[in-house]
Write a protein that binds this ligand. Structure first.
Ligand SMILES: NC(=O)c1ccc[n+]([C@@H]2O[C@H](COP(=O)([O-])OP(=O)(O)OC[C@H]3O[C@@H](n4cnc5c(N)ncnc54)[C@H](OP(=O)(O)O)[C@@H]3O)[C@@H](O)[C@H]2O)c1
Length: 226
């Protein structure tokens, strides 16, 4: 399947690598291709800069947001919280009718770590995105775990933990759930309901950030016991 990923950070790169290994045709979208290729600093996990990573993943290409969104039959939003709405707005016409997997969180680091949220309680970034893109089938998921767990949950407790999905389109959630299970290996995927449930998953990330500080590792997740 043709998949477009908006973003060039660690999440975009990690998901792109997995989807590429599964045989999908992946294009990563960035605001300025040349500027992104010129970056030489390692990523936030100490991994190689994108241009080096692309050399080891020759089937994945770095293109503009518009090209990535046009390419994708399925599109993934891996933009920063503050970049998500402007980035998606600029490609809205490319996303009509498509499924958009939203992994972003509305994190505000302006006062350092742990971050706060730019939207919460009565609204969420997932809802803002769905309102911005009324013709797009937004499915919020994966935003509650570290990038490496997103695509390989078996790294933790043999995969015995939970991923939540939410969104307004049942068929879109079912298709994304299949990708999570059959592609990424998630065993327990729970449909939390409509897109308003993004409030809960995004607000959980405030706790996630504090647990990250307390546990000193990003390799943990919730397990919904029921
Ligand atoms: N890191 C994790 O493990 C993790 C886990 C769960 C969820 N998330 C969420 O996933 C998203 C991606 O996270 P990340 O850590 O990979 O990267 P990030 O540093 O949050 O975001 C990087 C991407 O955002 C784009 N961006 C930044 N400001 C922008 C703006 N004003 N307009 C348009 N685009 C803008 C950058 O685009 P350019 O390429 O154009 O510079 C870059 O590709 C975030 O929303 C994050 O909260 C991250």
């Amino acid at each position: 399947m043709n998949i477009g990923i908006l973003g060039s950070g660690i999440v975009a790169k990690t998901i792109a690598g997995k989807l590429d290994s599964l045989g999908h045709a992946v294009k990563l979208g960035t605001r300025d291709v040349q500027a992104t290729l010129a970056r030489s600093e390692p990523d936030m996990a100490g991994g190689p800069p994108l241009r080096t990573w692309l050399e080891t993943h020759p089937r994945v290409t770095l293109v503009t947001h518009d090209e990535a969104a046009a390419h994708g039959e399925l599109v993934i939003n891996a933009l920063s919280g503050q970049g998500a709405i402007p980035g998606l707005r600029s490609v809205a016409r490319r996303l009509a009718g498509k499924i958009l997997i939203d992994v972003s969180n509305p994190l505000d680091f302006s006062n350092g770590f742990p971050p706060s949220l730019t939207v919460a309680n009565t609204d969420s970034l997932g809802e803002q995105i769905q309102r911005e893109l009324p013709d797009t089938r937004v499915v919020k998921t994966l935003n509650t775990v570290n990038a490496f767990l997103m695509i390989e949950p078996a790294q933790l407790a043999g995969g015995d933990h939970t991923m939540l999905v939410c969104g307004n389109d049942a068929a879109a959630k079912a298709q994304v759930t299949r990708l999570l299970k059959e592609g990424f290996g998630w065993k327990d995927v729970v449909d939390a309901g409509d897109i308003t449930n993004a409030r809960g998953t995004e607000m959980y990330v405030v706790l996630w950030a504090r647990l990250f500080g307390a546990l000193n590792t990003p390799m943990f997740n919730i397990k919904l016991v029921r």
